[in-house]
Design a protein around this ligand. Structure first.
Ligand code: PGA
Length: 250
């Protein structure tokens, strides 16, 4: 059995004050979350605050990006050791906003994945097709290419303890969610593709769905056999909505 995992992706949102209120709200409702793992991926400047506020809870936290470099003259970057220094467990890698707005291609994403994993962070590898790619019928080819880029660098076994987030780009922040069947189909494809290389890895790896998952649609998405959780943007900024999704996961 794969333990479901719900992770919030706060993106570039929040203030010290709003984050405190958000985490207070989430912490207060965690008693009703039975089996799901819960985490938040937060703006790096707030990681120290978040670490302090989540001390003694079961809520994990992580960064939204990481450098491939260990240290040195890389202005504006944050290293794996810095994330670990503050207790981060996870780091998002290859989010579609990083790919489309900051030019991260498959090779950069694969390098970040490898560096994060080797350092002991759990990379959340984000993959997914654009609307144009879906309409062209290339969804499977795109996610296969994005996955292969990582497997070619790091090997199939590297995937097992990591998290894959399938996030159709057209569903991110648009309010347009993939239907449970559309999402399940791609999740099943991802798992079968991994199974071609290793059945163990395919059975073990958790695959989250992301893209306008919210309090209203989470239960149905999460009931699909190959959907093991969610990566939540907008709805993770409202404690009650985020908790509803966490509870729907188990
Ligand atoms: P959304 O974002 O839930 O706001 O669509 C998801 C994501 O980008 O991870």
């Amino acid at each position: 059995m794969r333990q479901p995992i719900i992770a919030g992706n706060w993106k570039m949102n929040g203030s010290r004050e709003s984050i405190k209120a958000l985490l207070d709200g989430i912490k207060a409702g965690m008693g009703d979350v039975k089996s799901a793992e819960v985490a938040v991926c937060v703006p790096s400047i707030y990681i120290a605050d978040v670490a302090e506020q989540l001390k003694g809870t079961d809520i994990g936290f992580g960064g939204q990006n990481v450098s491939t470099e260990e240290k040195g003259a890389f202005t504006g970057e944050i290293s794996t050791s810095m994330l670990l220094d503050f207790g981060c467990k996870y780091v998002l890698v290859g989010h579609s906003e990083r790919r489309s707005l900051y030019g991260e291609d498959d090779a950069v994403v694969a390098a970040k994945f490898a560096v994060a994993r080797k350092a002991g962070l759990i990379p959340v590898l984000c993959i997914g097709e654009t609307l144009e790619e879906r309409e062209n019928g290339t969804t499977e080819a795109v996610v296969a290419r994005q996955l292969d880029a990582v497997i070619d660098v790091d090997g199939i076994d590297a995937i097992a303890d990591c998290i894959i987030a399938y996030e159709p780009v057209w569903a991110i922040g648009t309010g347009k969610t993939a239907t449970p069947q559309q999402a399940q189909d791609v999740h099943a494809f991802i798992r079968s593709k991994l199974a071609d290389k290793s059945k163990d890895v395919a059975d073990k790896v958790r695959i989250q769905y992301g893209g306008s998952m919210n309090a209203g649609n989470a239960a149905e998405l999460l009931s699909q056999p190959d959907i093991d959780g969610g990566l939540i943007g907008g709805a993770s900024l409202v404690a009650e909505d985020f908790l509803t999704i966490c509870k729907a996961a188990g």
